[in-house]
Ligand binder design. Structure first.
Ligand code: SDX
Length: 438
């Protein structure tokens, strides 16, 4: 990082504070504000809109240009030329694998796909209609009860074993959530199948038949995992980093990431997009909903639109839209009513002054739900699929953070509460009428 300096003059200080400025390899420079604390100041940035929480080499987004790259490779190139597990290797290790390295990595992941048989008993505690994200939060966190052979987070080998276990087991657990909701028996992973193919086998296969997975659908599923793999310091990745900074075990950190992803403003948006399209119901109603989205007094937002970083098309949305067309064509659903509403909504929104002025474009969640619905994945499983794909990004950031000396994350605040005051015994407190009984 090349050093220049910012000079900050503050009232009451007889000399300006010199703050180092660091440059990355691409993207905005950063100002190191550490020196402010000793002068009695904190920076203030609710929502971390302008705050770089860490240094990272994994993923870079240029929101204005609609660019997303993993270790320097644009997402559209990886989506076309790579596959999910190869991109997992890239995210974890920083380089594309050689043929031998990739064969070994695939073999390691494949041989970690089974979960401890005791895990099956955890599902018995959930009602069949429990939200699968609730099940995933609980069960992924509980994995830390099973793996005591790789708990030294300062040991890179231990960290990689945990990374392999999580990447390998997430599809198995995701499929178990679905099977539990259907009252069907769990399907064991089949080591002869590819990663996405194996997931669909565990989702839709039954012990009664050996139905083959449609290769077009398997490739689409693999692309969905790949497009969700990582995305810089988004809310759930930041949660995983903050959890990991306390020294918590990787399974607990990933469970925290799953919990954060669940929110409709984040990974829950794909489920919310489908609900929104179903609520719109007909292309005739689109204008009414676009007007609601623009109405400040109406909390309704166009789910699947807008992004904190992208002020241009989310490059993942473009690939997702192509994949959506491929899947619907393969399944003979080109005239899917929800797809028609989505395409018309996208066209209207992109031509609307409000969305143009606020730079609101479709994001990764806008089309993914339509693909997953067409494949037969229920809406409440959409964010589980997102979490499954994003696990490699979460664990790659956790691994990267822990390759440096551990430093717990501990933000400060602007305090606007009471200053110190005397305690009044209850008998001496005046009556309040009517009493404040929330
Ligand atoms: C993901 O961070 C990541 O990288 C996340 C993610 C990842 O891969 O990890 O990319 C995955 O979470 C994608 C985003 C999925 N969420 C949605 O689709 C939900 C709908 N989108 C919005 O809630 C919103 O756009 C956010 C949360 C995504 C971004 O919100 P910001 O950056 O905090 O922006 P904002 O809420 O301040 O909005 C700016 C303006 C506001 O109007 P003003 O107050 O300036 O007048 O744009 C408006 C908003 O009202 N706006 C929308 C809108 N999104 C923003 N208006 C209508 N519909 C929308 N979808």
């Amino acid at each position: 990082m090349t050093d220049t300096k910012a000079s900050l003059s503050l009232e009451g200080l007889d000399a300006p504070i010199e703050l180092p400025i660091y440059s990355g390899s691409v993207g905005p420079k950063v100002i190191d504000v550490g020196a402010l604390t000793s002068k009695g100041y904190f920076t203030y940035d609710p929502g971390f809109v302008s705050t770089a929480s860490c240094e990272s080499k994994i993923t870079y987004i240029d929101g204005g240009a609609g660019l997303l790259m993993h270790r320097g490779y644009p997402i559209e190139v990886l989506a076309e030329k790579s596959e999910y597990l190869e991109s997992c290797y890239l995210l974890l290790h920083g380089e594309l694998p050689s043929k031998e390295e990739y064969a070994h990595f695939k073999n390691v992941i494949t041989n970690h796909t089974m979960v401890h048989e005791s895990i099956t008993r955890f599902f018995k505690g959930f009602h069949y209609d429990s939200h699968p994200m609730a099940m995933m939060c609980g069960i992924v966190g509980a994995l830390s009860a099973f793996y005591h052979d790789a708990t030294d987070i300062t040991n890179p080998k231990h960290r990689l074993i945990s990374a392999h276990r999580l990447i390998a087991k997430m599809p198995t657990l995701a499929a178990m959530c679905y099977k539990h909701s259907q009252g069907q028996p769990f399907m064991y992973p089949n080591n002869k199948l590819g990663y996405a193919e194996n997931f669909l086998h565990m989702m839709f296969g039954t012990p009664c038949d050996d139905a083959k997975v449609n290769p077009v659908i398997a490739r689409a599923m693999d692309k969905i995992f790949l497009l969700h793999a990582d995305h810089e310091q988004n809310a759930s990745t930041s949660t995983v980093r903050l959890s990991g900074s306390s020294g918590a075990n990787p399974f607990a950190c990933i469970a925290a990431g799953i919990a954060t992803l669940w929110g409709p403003a984040h990974g829950g948006a794909n489920e919310a997009v489908l609900s929104m399209l179903e609520e719109i119901g007909d292309v005739e109603n689109i204008d009414k909903y676009v007007a609601k989205a623009k109405d400040k007094s109406d909390p309704f937002r166009l789910m699947g639109f807008g992004h904190r970083v992208y002020k241009n098309f989310d490059p993942r949305a473009k690939v997702m839209k192509e994949t959506c067309d491929e899947v619907l064509k393969e399944l003979g659903l080109e005239n899917d009513p929800l797809l028609n509403i989505a395409k018309k909504l996208e066209k209207i929104a992109l031509e609307d002054e409000y969305f143009i002025e606020k730079k609101l474009y479709p994001n990764v969640d806008f089309y993914s739900g339509i693909i997953m619905k067409a494949i037969g994945i229920p809406t409440d499983m959409f964010t589980v699929i997102f979490a499954t794909g994003r696990t490699v990004g979460w664990i790659a950031h956790w691994h990267e953070m822990l390759s440096e000396p551990l430093k717990i994350g501990r933000p400060r605040q602007l305090y606007t509460g009471y200053d110190k005051r005397e305690f009044t015994d209850i008998d001496a407190r005046p009556a309040v009428n009517p009493p404040h009984l929330p």
